[in-house]
Design a protein around this ligand. Structure first.
Ligand SMILES: [Fe+2]
Length: 288
C-alpha cells in the first residue's frame, strides 16, 4: 500500500502537516494541522489550515481523521477548526492524560479541567488501527519527546512526529515534562525495525545550514546517516548527547500558549466573565 501524501509547511514554526489519501475511496486523514498564532496580540487565524481544507475540498476528499502525533509545544493545533471545516475525528495518543496531569499542576488549571483525554474524539494505544478507506493507520507509541508521542504507519509511510527529524537534524528534545532520552532511544530503535524503504515523514524541519526545507526521507537513510542515532549508536552515547544538548536549548517561543490550547484538544481555556479567554504564564524569579 502506497498512500498519496500531500505535505503542507508552516514556515513560522517549521512544522510539516500532511494529508494522507486513500486514492481508491477518496477518503483521507490530516496529520498535525497548525493554527496561526501571533503571541504579541493573542490573535489566531486559520490561513494555514485553510490551505489544507481547500486541498481536501478541491480534491473531492472526505476527511476521516485528524491525527495528532502529540501535544505540540511549539505551535497551536488547528484540529478543531479543521474538524468544523472538513470533518474528521480528532485522535491523539492515550499518553495525553499524563501530559494533561503534568501541565494541570504546572499551570494550576481550573479544578474542573479534565485529565482523562475527553477533549479528543479518540485516544490511541500502541498498535491500535484507524481506517482511512482501504488504508489503515497503525499507532506506534514512540514516547521520549513527550509521553503521548505516537507515530502513524500508513502503508509504506510512517509519520514520526517529534522523534527523529531529517538525518542531518537528528532527534527531538527530551526535556519537557514526561520527556526521557532513554525512552526516545528505544522508540527510535522501534522505528528502525521498519523496512528500510519505508518513507519517513517528519514533523519539523528547521533547514540546517540554510538548505531547502525537507519533509521526507527513509528508514534506511536514517539508520545510515542520522546525526544522533545511527545503527551503531548505543543508548548511553545517545542519552549523554541528548541530555547535554537539551541543557543548552531555550524554551520554544510558544510553549505556554501551545500547551494550553493543545491539552484542551486545540481549544482555548474557558472564557472569563467578560466572554474572553486568557492564557497563563507561570512566573519565577530571584529569591528575595
Ligand atoms: Fe513537539
Amino acid at each position: 500500500m502506497r498512500p498519496e501524501v500531500q505535505p503542507f509547511r508552516h514556515e513560522a514554526t517549521g512544522t510539516w502537516s500532511y494529508v494522507v489519501v486513500d486514492t481508491s475511496s477518496r477518503l483521507c486523514a490530516v496529520i498535525d494541522p497548525v493554527l496561526d498564532f501571533d503571541a504579541k496580540s493573542g490573535r489566531s487565524s486559520a490561513t494555514s489550515a485553510g490551505a489544507i481544507a481547500d486541498f481536501v475540498r478541491a480534491q473531492g476528499l472526505t476527511n476521516e481523521w485528524i491525527l495528532e502525533t502529540h501535544a505540540h509545544a511549539d505551535h497551536l493545533s488547528a484540529a478543531p477548526w479543521l474538524q468544523a471545516a472538513v470533518g474528521g475525528k480528532i485522535a491523539i495518543g492515550q499518553g495525553i492524560r499524563e501530559v494533561q496531569k503534568a501541565f494541570r499542576d504546572i499551570l494550576n488549571l481550573e479544578p474542573a479541567f479534565p485529565v482523562d483525554g475527553r477533549q479528543f474524539d479518540r485516544l490511541l494505544a500502541d498498535g491500535e488501527l484507524v481506517s482511512i478507506g482501504a488504508l489503515s493507520a497503525r499507532a506506534i507509541a514512540t514516547p521520549g519527546h513527550t509521553s503521548d508521542s505516537l507515530s502513524y504507519l500508513v502503508g509504506d509511510a510512517v509519520f514520526v512526529g517529534d522523534s527523529i527529524f531529517m538525518p542531518d537534524s537528528g532527534t527531538a528534545r527530551c526535556d519537557f515534562p514526561g520527556g526521557d532520552a532513554a525512552l526516545l532511544y528505544a522508540s527510535i530503535r522501534r522505528l528502525y525495525e521498519l523496512p528500510g524503504a519505508t518513507r519517513v515523514f517528519v514533523c519539523h524541519d528547521y533547514k540546517p545550514g540554510g538548505r531547502e526545507a525537507c519533509c521526507e526521507t527513509t528508514i534506511a537513510a536514517q539508520r545510515e546517516g542520522n546525526i544522533h542515532v545511527k545503527d551503531a549508536t548505543s543508548e548511553a552515547e545517545f542519552t549523554a548527547m541528548r541530555r547535554k544538548r537539551d541543557a543548552t536549548l531555550e524554551m520554544p517561543a510558544l510553549i505556554y500558549p501551545a500547551v494550553q490550547f493543545n491539552i484542551r484538544g486545540g481549544r482555548p481555556p474557558p472564557a472569563e466573565s467578560n466572554g474572553r479567554s486568557y492564557l497563563k504564564l507561570p512566573l519565577s524569579g530571584p529569591e528575595t
